[in-house]
Design a protein around this ligand. Sequence first.
Ligand code: MG
Length: 374
Amino acid sequence: MIGSDTINSMRLHIVRIPARATHSHGIGDVSAVNSVILELTTAGGITGWGEASPWPAFSGTVEANAAALHVHLRPMLIGADPLRIEQIMARADATVVGCTEAKAALETALLDIAGKMAGLPIAELVGGRCRDTIPLSFSVANPDFEADLETVAALWADGVRLFKMKTGFADHRFDLTRLEKLRGLYGEAIDLRIDYNQGMKPYEAVRRVRDLEVFRPTFIEQPVPRADLAAMAEIARVLDTPLLADESVFNAREALIGAQMRIADLFSLKIMKSGGIRRALEVAAVARAAGIGVYGGCMFETGVAHLAGTHLMAAVPDLTLGCEFYMSTYYLQEDVLTEAFPVREGTVVVPTGPGLGGEPDPDRLGRWTVERLG
Ligand code: MG
């Protein structure tokens, strides 16, 4: 019943989980997942889980997001009705600027509690699922390309057909060689995408991305720095290949500006950029109004955030390009979830249990926790 329960405890588990391999990107390397796992418990004994997964070079830091929750948001959360999600998120926005990853964690934990109260999965709480499975994309980002070829072969055997090559961290020839190799090995059966993670200067970008079009990528993602909207618009205009904006579009306001300037044909949705599932649905709504397609993105996350992202992507009516929730299955040395994040035959299976449909295992969470707050 509404108003019948209150949040009475909040605990943060700061985790650091090594990856199986370093992944390189236009803005830097990543060798571990650093996240804040949020545990909210109600007086009635219901526990909600969420995750904040910042990357300092992309969105923010673990330290700032942990402090946002532990110091600045805790006072307004303790004693609050967990079903007043929009009111709580509006107060969180008024209390702490930015820290969208912390807000994603908070919204996820509140939706997890609401779902457990209602006996419904989060996807149903935010509009209802439009699909039961989502094609999974893996990021080809190991600077040791021979090792990456072995990984791609193993994932291919698992049924994965979407592969996003991270480019722009070494020289241009290295990118062309790798794309040629993958297209040559797997022919038309591989769905190839390219992501520069802002790795090029605007003056060099047009000529280089034109070189890549011969490999028929499904899209080319964020070739230039996030604030270079004019360069994004120019690249989108001259390319035949669809251009995807990731770092340039965090929220609905940036989506609106991006749509007005036609900076891209596609936007990447991420709960860590927008500050939660429903804010990401606002980005999707702006994209839909502008005739811009959407893609299921993520940061460097454990299975907790992957589950939240999966509920979002399940509820987006016009998601056609799949999702990239591969970390739990193919990147982390060990995930924290009790049951393995659901990946079958190259697709993510949308959970059907109440709330998130999964939760951390206490032993696994403890093994990778480097600091606990609250
Ligand atoms: Mg990206």
